[in-house]
Design a protein around this ligand. Structure first.
Ligand SMILES: Nc1ncnc2c1ncn2[C@@H]1O[C@H](COP(=O)(O)OP(=O)(O)OP(=O)(O)O)[C@@H](O)[C@H]1O
Length: 250
């Protein structure tokens, strides 16, 4: 792992009307880290990922991406090379063939003309083929995306990320809609790709089991605050019970 800091949160706070979703969080994540974000429903996981993706403005504090304030990054190509997002809903266009969804990873790089032309004659087809080979879907290249299973669609989303090649991947519940065997398969593949590409991964998960199996560090949130931030091997069952406990014990 390199010592380059990829994400740094400095006392970040986010409030929705009177609800504090993130309360003065601070942490930093280095290149190559595989970080799972866990915590009960409503703890702030999605809000945190969306803040880092630049989709949710903060009330106070600062987010630094590779030592630059997040706001300094221009949207478009520059940002797409820095941060890629993968979600539970996959964000794929169902009626399009798999190849077009994979090549969507190039949209911020291509101009509008090349992007539109690519819908007629796929551009840089070999890039898409290579990405689909890596996720084991090369035989599905011209299938309509919506006809693929949930696990296959999540692999298409991963192939799109392979084409986009961001340095940081933010994954919001990437396997929540998959059955356990598909979830295992998708997380195994995602973390393998991240390791091979020396990327950095921050993924929210409901499953502690997957967090322990695939991630090197676990950050837990509770009521918008960091409850613990530990290397995976230091996360005890007692801490997890406390994290998910419904009411604070008095
Ligand atoms: N757009 C919004 N408007 C108002 N409140 C919001 C909004 N988005 C999130 N919240 C609130 O902020 C808090 C944190 O929500 P968030 O979705 O980040 O939690 P989460 O940990 O991702 O939950 P889950 O595991 O259920 O997805 C919740 O109380 C939620 O109701």
């Amino acid at each position: 792992m390199s010592s380059k800091t990829m994400i740094e949160a400095k006392n970040i706070t986010k409030q929705f009307e009177r609800k504090i979703a993130l309360s003065s969080l601070s942490f930093s994540i280095k290149q190559g880290e595989l970080v799972a974000l866990i915590g009960p429903s409503g703890a702030g996981k999605t809000t945190l990922l969306n803040s880092i993706a630049g989709l949710v403005p903060l009330h106070s504090g600062e987010l630094m991406i590779e030592n630059q304030p997040l706001g300094n990054y221009k949207r478009g190509k520059q940002f797409a090379k820095k941060i890629g997002v993968i979600r539970q809903q996959f964000d794929l266009i169902g009626p399009l063939a798999v190849i077009h969804n994979v090549l969507a990873g190039k949209l911020s790089e291509w101009g509008i003309f090349k992007s539109l032309f690519s819908l007629l004659v796929p551009q840089e087809k070999e890039v898409a083929i290579r990405a689909l080979e890596r996720v084991g879907l090369e035989d599905k290249i011209f299938e309509v995306t919506a006809t693929l299973s949930g696990g296959e669609q999540q692999r298409v989303a991963m192939a799109r990320l392979l084409v986009q090649k961001p340095e940081i991947i933010l994954a919001d519940e990437p396997v929540a809609s998959l059955d356990p065997a598909r979830a295992d398969d998708v997380l195994g593949m995602l973390t393998k790709i991240v390791n091979e590409e020396n990327q950095t991964l921050l993924a929210s998960l409901h499953s502690v089991e997957y967090a322990r199996k695939y991630f090197t560090r676990i950050i837990s949130l509770k009521n918008g605050e960091i409850f613990f931030d530990l290397p995976t091997e230091k996360v005890s069952d007692e801490l997890l019970t406390e994290l998910y406990q419904l009411k604070e014990q008095v």
